[in-house]
Design a protein around this ligand. Structure first.
Ligand SMILES: N[C@@H](CCC(=O)N[C@@H](CS)C(=O)NCC(=O)O)C(=O)O
Length: 205
């Protein structure tokens, strides 16, 4: 298998983080420089199916190009430590928090960076209002996560799951625009520190 990766991008980092949690070190990593437009080259798009990273190319040539789908595939090959749930209830709860972290937090943070950071004008037709609206949406979402983290060690349950990886990689990416969760969200602050202290946090920094 080959993982098409881009070091500074947040979505490939989700996969590297999940691989690090699971101790997976036998996948070839191929760097794709999105700032140079390598992901838009016709041979890459033909392989991956989309001008996006990450992409996991299987030995039979199949490409999986969504970060969460890649992580699910890896979980089926390397079930422990478990990131997606071990029984129906856990699987549903983790899926709920995966969707919330992606839609309420990671996507707004990604849009606020893409529409505000000067370097990303190469990839995005930047609209300042989009950056501001999404930054405010991310702050509102952090209020929801703060309440949740007041009652749970990690976002979905009492251990790290894919939901935590999605959230922290989004938050870390937003440091590019000097974004930080507001200090009033003390439970988020405790969880951010715990996530950043994990050995897997080194994946992609
Ligand atoms: N939903 C996809 C998103 C993939 C994505 O947007 N990747 C970014 C890098 S983090 C990308 O390839 N951007 C290229 C571009 O915007 O041209 C996933 O989770 O894998």
């Amino acid at each position: 298998m080959k993982l098409y990766d881009s070091r500074r991008a947040p979505n490939p980092r989700r996969v590297r983080w999940a691989m690090a949690e699971k101790g997976i070190d036998d996948i070839e990593i191929v760097q794709v420089d999105i700032m140079k437009g390598e992901h838009r080259a016709s041979d890459y798009v033909a392989r991956a199916g989309l001008a996006n990273v990450p992409a996991l190319e299987l030995d039979d040539g199949t490409a999986i190009t969504e970060s969460i789908a890649i992580c699910r595939y890896l979980e089926s090959l390397y079930p422990e430590p478990n990131l997606f749930g071990r029984n129906p209830r856990e699987m549903a709860e983790i899926e709920m928090w995966i969707r919330r972290t992606e839609m309420m937090l990671a996507t707004p943070l990604m849009l606020s960076v893409r529409h505000a950071h000067p370097a990303l004008a190469a990839l995005e037709n930047q609209v300042p209002e989009v950056a501001e609206t999404n930054r405010a949406a991310a702050v509102r979402a952090l209020g929801v996560f703060d309440r949740r983290l007041g009652e749970s060690a990690f976002i979905a349950t009492d251990r790290v799951t894919m939901a935590d990886i999605i959230a922290i990689t989004g938050i870390d990416f937003s440091r590019m625009i000097q974004f930080a969760p507001p200090a009033e969200f003390t439970h988020v602050a405790r969880w951010v520190a715990a996530m950043r202290a994990r050995p897997a946090a080194a994946a992609g920094m």
